[in-house]
Design a binder for this molecule. Structure first.
Ligand code: 0GY
Length: 289
């Protein structure tokens, strides 16, 4: 583990908000354990192990029934830890993998069988080396044939330049962490409005209303992030997903209490109808249908 890496919260609080039956944590990771699933040589950080058993125990504790496990950059394109977690969790988990352009139909079919339903394209410069757009395009065409979607992770400053590329992708797209807005600029700022317009103009683009702990400039109450999540949930109620982001890689300011993150949900999805769409119906449509 890197010297400045913060491990996940050892004993999260019991959330006051109880998720509806069938609720999905649609963004979480498994890391290692390194002894069984070594981290990728090209990784930009070395996390603490966050094995599937801990993830599943947290899911139960927080009142969720299902998980979408997303391949993280510390494992590169080696999806073994992810596939192992999926294989051991039956119908309770689905996955988002990271693959290269040479992946063939048989490999994709094997991943599909164990629960993978998407791939992730990462544009965050501190996490990955640059990948040529043609490589992503090749992968996109292959996975679109299986009905998979593409999860994209980028910083708000890079959105404008990415828009033509995103618009050309041939399948559903899910943008991580609300497009990572600078919350100090406010919801009405041109940057966040550009993101809203992207979703308004492209019905195939969804977003995760996740990571108040990464986006806040104020601290663990996350009040400054609420208007961003709220705006997305009320404007696109059937294209939003929620997740813990456990085990919260690369958090520098603080390590979030996962119970408090669950209590963030009713602040952005205020009606039972919105909560059901966000936590049950939307992820079910994307991952379990
Ligand atoms: C997240 C966020 C981060 C890391 C990764 O794949 C990753 O390594 O996604 C981050 O450092 O912001 O969604 O887990």
């Amino acid at each position: 583990m890197d010297a400045d890496y913060r491990p996940f919260h050892p004993n999260p609080s019991n959330p006051a908000f109880r998720p509806p039956a069938g609720a999905v944590d649609a963004h979480c990771h498994v890391f290692g354990p390194a002894a069984a699933f070594p981290y990728a040589p090209e990784r930009k950080y070395t996390p603490c192990d966050a094995p599937k058993e801990k993830l599943f125990a947290l899911r139960d504790f927080l009142g969720f029934e299902r998980s979408v496990i997303v391949q993280a950059t510390c494992h590169g394109r080696d999806n073994r830890a992810l596939l192992d977690a999926l294989a051991s969790d039956g119908d309770h988990s689905r996955g988002v993998a990271s693959v290269g352009p040479d992946i063939d139909a048989d490999e994709l079919a094997a991943m599909h069988d164990v629960g993978v339903r998407g791939v992730r394209f990462n544009f965050v410069k501190r996490l990955v080396d640059k990948t040529p757009r043609e490589v992503f395009q090749t992968i996109a065409e292959k996975v679109a044939k299986l009905g998979w979607h593409i999860v994209v992770y980028f910083e708000a400053a890079d959105l404008e330049e990415l828009i033509p590329f995103l618009k050309a992708l041939p399948t559903t797209i899910v943008v991580d962490h609300m497009g990572r807005p600078d919350v100090t600029k406010g919801v009405e700022h041109a940057d966040f409005q550009r993101f809203i317009a992207l979703l308004a103009d492209n019905p195939n683009i969804w977003t995760k209303v996740t990571c108040p702990e990464r986006l806040t400039a104020a601290g663990p109450d996350y009040a400054d992030v609420v208007p961003f999540g709220r705006r997305l949930v009320e404007t696109f109620p059937d294209r939003v997903l929620w997740g813990t982001d456990w085990p919260h890689p690369n958090m520098k300011s603080h390590m979030p209490d996962d119970g408090m993150l669950v209590d963030f949900i009713p602040r952005i999805a205020v009606t039972e109808k919105e909560q059901r769409a966000l936590l049950v119906d939307n992820p079910k449509r994307l991952y379990w249908s």
